[in-house]
Ligand binder design. Structure first.
Ligand code: HDE
Length: 716
């Protein structure tokens, strides 16, 4: 979808054309991989024109062999992703807390490559699955690559890395029939979750609208684990990382998500790509929660436990810089697919904590790249190369690119004067934070990790009523897809620990009862099970609500990049189109003319209006708001297009703003019009009348008019 008015967009276009022309103007002959010019790429070499193919056809063999090997193993998790280039800039020096070079100088731009992903689905699966989203940022700093490999949810399902393969086996399609794709609504997932009370907090987030984002550009990101900043004096400060999108954090409805999956399974990928192509660069602020080392044990949760967050009410988020994504990849495979992130890629000034989930990740990521990218030299793939100079004595291996010169490949050496040298700390050499460890070797979990429910309750209590209802609906849908009543009941037992009303409502939707008998809550226990040690506890949380946990808490009013469909047909009024278009584009919204066919409509003034999409080829669910310009003839025509009426019905169902410049019977064709309180239309996000662009802008800024869900009056 294009924003024709955007200046940046046309600049981008020009650049692209230049690039294309440059390519075209070169003497570019088709060649083999050995550089031999190819004369005929249409016919294989045969014994006669009807004869058998000849084995000596090196052109055919090379082409087909390469094709046969085009696929590499997809990521075991986070296989489906979309990425973009950009930069990061710090607002002010963070030297008090960290010596990390890229966090010192506000005038310095550090290049980044950021990849967003779903977790469970395969590489070709739908974008709008209910799932956690990966949010990985590679900072190409002058001191080496730093990867912040996070998610759009600040906590995780499990406390210890040893449970990760179990979690992923449970959520992936079931092994006997490989069903379902990119969905958690199936028996094995809920069987596992219902047996793992430590997942209670994360599952609340996963059932919230956070798991069905409106756009990758409208998601928060979180480092999840507690990390450590280290300053030049060696002083450590615990740190939690946050990414806050400047466009606010927004979701879609579940009905919409399912329909988007059918209409445009690349919805998020396309949205990110289009926004960047049109010059509407997505931006996030990097926030940190800083916790002095002295406060490590101050809270009623353990900051090393990845199933807990640090409420912003307790430790505010300090915004320290901004990331802008301003360039799409040139080649999906070379960049988005081959990028290799690793939470262990850190730079001086940043260090790990002892979070047992993080510690396990430190092993996993290199291990997986060895297999996925085919060997130990994946750091030489262009997208993974640091911009910092790189010298060491690692040599050889599959697909080695660098031609290392000289006689020595060991350290110490004298034959090359000792080169490459170790760097002193003052010269930027990495030194691990000297944390004191004096402990027994045990397979145990800390007492301080035992409270699995308080923060799940805090999350639920912090949601608006609408958000709570969406969570109830999500549990009801997901558990409704589970065949085993025993699993459903066990899950209700867990939900009962989080919030009794939640459990009751879900049970009623499932048509079963919350079990009276309290389940043995922790099934994930060692063979030598000690109930004292493993029975979950519930502490008394110091706060009851944290508004930052609710998506509906901030980010409203901004309509930049919102997709507005103008429903048009021949006879549409020129001014009615142009005035609204101007008003919306002034605020950065994207106007899309939707018409009976994909060419053009004739306006009442005799002009031709280019159509961006035909009703036949698009769907209401890919738009944020709808506008019907005036024009009697146009309205008459729209009335006869069932899909146009469906746009309005579905737009209403999904609580989106609707503006109609002139009511002359079109709205009467819809399901919702007759029941509307005509005196308070605008409160319901329905704007009727000419010249109401500012009301419409305001309505789009509200994102959705959730009150409509109470009536739930639209059948499908
Ligand atoms: Fe990952 N995770 N993970 N993970 N993860 C991978 O690495 C793993 C975890 C996350 O865009 C894999 O290159 C283990 C938490 C993202 O390329 C793999 C554990 C968080 C991405 C892996 C975790 C994440 C991955 C698969 C438990 C949020 C996509 C392919 C200890 C903080 C990165 C790959 C990209 C990818 C292992 C838990 C985020 C297998 C063992 C917690 C965003 O190495």
């Amino acid at each position: 979808m294009k924003n024709e008015g955007s200046k940046k967009a046309s600049e981008n276009e020009k650049l692209k054309d230049l690039e294309r022309n440059r390519e075209i103007s070169k003497d570019q002959f088709l060649t083999t991989n050995q550089g031999v010019k190819i004369n005929d790429d249409q016919n294989s070499l045969k014994a006669g024109d009807r004869g058998a193919s000849l084995l000596e056809d090196f052109i055919l063999r090379e082409k087909i062999t390469h094709f046969d090997h085009e696929r590499i193993p997809e990521r075991i998790v986070h296989a489906r992703g979309s990425a973009a280039h950009g930069y990061f800039q710090v607002y002010e020096s963070m030297e008090k807390y960290t010596k990390a070079g890229f966090l010192q100088d506000p005038s310095k731009k550090t290049p980044v490559f950021t990849r967003f992903s779903t977790v469970a689905g395969f590489r070709g699966s739908t974008d709008l699955a209910r799932d956690v989203r990966g949010f990985s940022v590679k900072f190409y700093t002058e001191e080496g690559n730093y990867d912040l490999v996070g998610n759009n949810i600040p906590v995780f399902f499990i406390q210890d890395a040893i449970k990760f393969p179990d979690l992923i086996h449970a959520v992936k399609p079931e092994p006997h029939n490989e069903i379902p794709q990119a969905a958690s609504a199936h028996d094995t997932f809920w069987d596992f979750i219902s047996l793992m009370p430590e997942s209670a907090h994360m599952i609340m987030w996963a059932m919230s609208d956070r798991a069905i984002p409106r756009s990758l550009r409208m998601m928060e990101g979180f480092g999840v684990h507690t990390f450590r900043f280290v300053n030049k004096d060696g002083k450590g400060t615990f740190v939690k990382f946050h990414w806050k999108p400047l466009l606010g954090t927004h979701g879609v409805t579940w009905d919409e998500a399912q329909k988007i999956s059918g209409n445009d399974s690349d919805f998020h990928r396309r949205d990110l790509w289009d926004a960047i192509e049109s010059g509407q660069f997505p931006e996030w602020e990097l926030g940190v929660q800083l916790i002095p080392e002295e406060d490590e044990h101050k809270y009623d949760f353990d900051i090393l436990d990845a199933t807990k967050l640090v409420p912003e009410e307790l430790v505010p988020v300090k915004k320290i810089g901004k990331m802008v994504l301003n360039r799409n990849p040139d080649n999906f495979f070379a960049e988005t697919e081959q990028v290799a992130f690793h939470p262990g890629h850190i730079v001086p000034g940043i260090d790990f904590s002892n979070d047992p989930l993080l510690q396990g990740r430190l092993f996993s990521y290199t291990d997986t790249q060895l297999k996925r990218l085919g060997g130990p030299n994946f750091h030489e793939i262009p997208i993974n190369r640091p911009i910092a100079p790189m010298h060491n004595n690692q040599r050889d291996g599959h697909m080695r690119q660098e031609i290392n010169k000289g006689q020595t490949s060991y350290q110490p050496n004298s034959l090359r004067g000792g080169c490459p040298f170790q760097a002193k700390i003052a010269e930027g050499g990495f030194d691990s934070y000297p944390e004191k460890i004096d402990a027994k070797k045990v397979r145990e979990r800390s007492e301080s990790f035992k409270d699995h429910f308080s923060q799940a309750t805090l999350f639920y209590n912090s949601q608006t009523e609408v958000e709570q209802q969406h969570i109830i609906n999500a549990f009801s849908f997901e558990l409704g897809k589970v065949g085993e009543t025993e699993v459903q009941e066990r899950m209700l037992g867990l939900l009962n620990e989080v919030n009794k009303d939640l459990a009751k409502e879900v049970a009623s939707n499932l048509g079963i009862k919350v079990p009276k008998k309290k389940e043995q809550l922790n099934h994930g226990v060692p063979a030598d099970y000690d109930p004292e040690r493993y029975e979950p506890t519930k502490s008394n949380p110091s706060i009851e609500k944290d508004p930052a946990l609710s998506m509906m808490h901030n980010g409203f009013g901004n309509i930049a990049t919102r997709q507005v469909a103008f429903l048009c047909a021949d006879g549409v009024d020129d001014n009615s189109v142009n005035d609204m278009k101007k008003a919306l584009e002034k605020e950065g919204a994207m106007v899309n003319i939707v018409g009976p066919n994909s060419t053009e409509v004739k306006t009442a003034g005799g002009k031709s209006l280019k159509v961006d999409a035909a009703f036949r080829t698009t769907a209401s669910v890919v738009f944020d708001a709808f506008y019907v310009p005036s024009g009697e003839k146009a309205h008459k025509a729209l009335k006869k297009i069932p899909k146009a009426i469906h746009f309005l019905n579905e737009g209403y169902k999904h609580c989106k703003p609707i503006a109609v410049a002139q009511e002359n019977g079109l709205l009467e064709e819809t399901y919702f019009w007759k029941d509307l309180d005509k005196k308070n239309l605008e409160e319901d996000g329905v704007i009727v009348g000419e010249g109401k662009s500012s009301e419409f802008v305001k309505a789009i800024g509200k994102h959705r008019f959730w009150k409509r869900e109470e009536k739930d009056s639209i059948p499908a």
